[in-house]
Write a protein that binds this ligand. Structure first.
Ligand code: GAP
Length: 438
């Protein structure tokens, strides 16, 4: 059974807490809105998403260079990039319940929550500020970056000097970005700090449409490779009023999220030569590219695919969540692609009070642990352990029973089909490697 509504969203949020994927931030102190912590399974899932992205867009391509720039950068960067003037949310506040809303998220003069009257719209720069050094004055203000992209632009010349790339080429980065979001997000959809996976793909101006279309295809291919159903994604073009200050053309790939339907998953923007030109002007450094064949010198234009890690995670969780009736009992299962599953294999001794079984099961556990993330469970009965691993999305469970002691084999149970097979212990690693790579 597959649900598609707020009910499903509530179930995902509760499973994420129960099974150690995602906890509300600062929970014991009453929380902090729009912040979350990843538990042991969440951090593995996040790492697997980032690993897949990096492999697909950086390691498997010879035209993309990876970097890891700083979160804190010279504040002049945000002047040049236009963020201090152009990266603006317009807010209204309810005079009755004092909730704040972004103007683009309300279309009436009355509060969407309590019906109270709304204030006049006010502009607000959603960048977090802090200070470098002991003195908190305007000269020492720095910002927590609201996008990873700027670290790429300011390292453009470094990459050219070190690697001499030829157009078209890209620079990629995964890292934290921070935004002072004032409206309540839906779970991890809108956070104060989140991870972006961004590429600035440098091209000749005349080719922007072709590369824009190529990137639409690349983005879609990767999302689908994670197990997202094509029918749950669609592209939407920004109209003029919606375009970010740096963009001439933007399209969002939207995902049909369980809370409220199609919403932005990622953005794809044609940023022209806006950033390189402005950084060149404001820094006084020549950031032009030289075509060594024609000796032409110019600012390359840029296509920017910008992915949010948390929104990827939310889409994957929504796709993977299933409830099934098995012999009149309900099982909840996360049908992750094996490459994304936080735990690949769980090992159980059939009974927890039999030292022979424990010893043998521990041997299996220790040997597999060298190869994959493996869980151990000897609590409760086997049914409960399967139930817990299904909710964690673990593709395989291995049970060591009394036959294992004589025949050196184990039962392997596959998550989705729930089929069980006897496999020799010495063949286990090979068997699992093959299945996990399918
Ligand atoms: N460099 C371009 C840029 O930052 P954006 O559309 O503002 O563009 C890109 O952000 C992506 O980052 C979004 O499509 C989304 O996946 C993610 N994102 C943005 N704000 C977010 C937030 N507050 N919480 C979680 N993810 C966010």
């Amino acid at each position: 059974m597959k649900e598609s509504n707020q009910n499903l969203m509530d179930k995902i949020v509760s499973l994420c807490k129960r099974r150690g994927f995602i906890y509300p931030g600062s929970d014991i102190y009453g929380g902090l809105a729009n912040t979350f912590d990843f538990g042991p399974l969440g951090v593995e899932l996040a790492n697997n998403i980032k690993k897949s992205w990096w492999k697909n867009f950086v390691q498997n391509r010879s035209d993309i260079y990876g970097i890891d720039g700083g979160i804190l950068m010279n504040p002049k960067i945000w002047e040049a990039s236009g963020h201090t003037q152009g990266f603006i949310d317009v807010l209204v506040e309810c005079k009755k319940c004092h909730k704040r809303f972004r103007v683009d998220q309300t279309d009436s003069k009355k509060c969407p929550d309590c019906g109270g009257e709304l204030t006049e719209a006010k502009k607000f720069v959603p960048m977090f500020k802090t200070f470098v050094g002991p003195v908190e004055d305007s000269a020492s203000i720095v910002y927590l970056r609201p996008e990873t992209a700027q670290a790429i632009f300011v390292n453009f010349k470094n990459i050219i000097d070190s690697f001499h790339p030829v157009l078209p080429f890209g620079i990629a980065q995964i890292g934290k970005a921070f935004r002072n979001e004032i409206t309540l997000g839906n779970f991890i959809f809108r956070k104060l700090e989140f991870e972006q996976m961004e590429i600035e793909y440098f091209i000749q101006e005349k080719e922007w449409k072709k590369y824009f279309e190529d990137w639409k295809e690349e983005i879609e291919k990767w999302v689908i490779s994670l197990g997202v159903n094509k029918k749950n994604i669609r592209w939407r073009k920004h109209d003029k009023e919606e375009l970010a200050h740096y963009s001439k053309h933007t399209e969002d790939i939207e995902y049909d999220f369980p809370f409220g339907g199609f919403k932005e998953l990622y953005g794809l923007a044609y940023r022209t030569d806006f950033d390189l030109k402005n950084h060149s002007e404001k820094s006084g450094k020549d950031l032009k590219y030289v075509d060594l064949k024609t000796n032409e010198k110019f600012f390359p234009h840029v296509i920017e695919p910008s992915f949010g890690m948390e929104r990827t995670m939310l889409a994957i969780l929504s796709e993977a969540y299933y409830e099934e009736e098995i012999k009149e009992t309900k099982r909840v299962v996360l049908k992750f692609k094996p490459a994304l599953a936080p735990i690949k294999v769980a090992v159980f001794p059939l009974l927890a009070n039999k030292p022979d079984l424990i010893k043998k099961a521990k041997e299996v556990y220790e040997s597999l642990r060298k190869e994959f993330p493996v869980a151990w469970d000897d609590r409760g009965n086997i049914g409960k352990r399967y139930y817990a691993q299904d909710e964690a999305g673990t593709p395989f469970c291995i049970t060591v029973d009394f036959d294992s002691l004589e025949k050196d084999d184990v039962t392997v149970r596959e998550r989705d089909s729930m089929k069980q097979e006897r496999i020799k212990i010495k063949k286990l690693k090979e068997y699992l490697e093959e299945k996990l790579n399918e």
